[in-house]
Design a protein around this ligand. Structure first.
Ligand code: FES
Length: 106
């Protein structure tokens, strides 16, 4: 069960344990992490689960599918590290994953 560290825009850090096969979005919603709204429930249609995958963790996930890439253009302050949390499925290799939560969603 990997541990995910969510870093809020105010610097607060929240450690969340989530089961393998669940997503970063699931981890955020299960623990009420502020700033991840996920209005479409993981359908890759809303862009309100935007997050930044920090450090070297970007390469630990498959590259974004076309729909995710297109939605990220509407994200609030997108960066190279931007991803949609609903598209980030956790594996055992993600122990210690660091996810930065944007100050706000688009
Ligand atoms: S929850 Fe809507 S795009 Fe991720």
């Amino acid at each position: 069960m990997p541990s995910v560290i969510f870093v809020l825009s105010n610097g607060q850090r929240h450690l969340v344990n989530e089961a393998v096969g669940r997503t970063v979005m699931d981890a955020a919603l299960d623990q009420g992490i502020p700033g991840i709204r996920a209005q479409c429930g993981g359908g890759c249609t809303c862009c309100t689960c935007h997050c930044y995958v920090e450090g070297g963790w970007q390469g630990q996930f498959p590259t974004p599918i076309d729909d995710e890439q297109a939605l990220l253009e509407y994200a609030w302050q997108p960066r190279a590290e931007s991803r949609l949390a609903c598209q980030l499925k956790l594996t055992a290799a993600h122990e210690g994953l660091v996810i930065e939560v944007p100050e706000k969603q688009a």
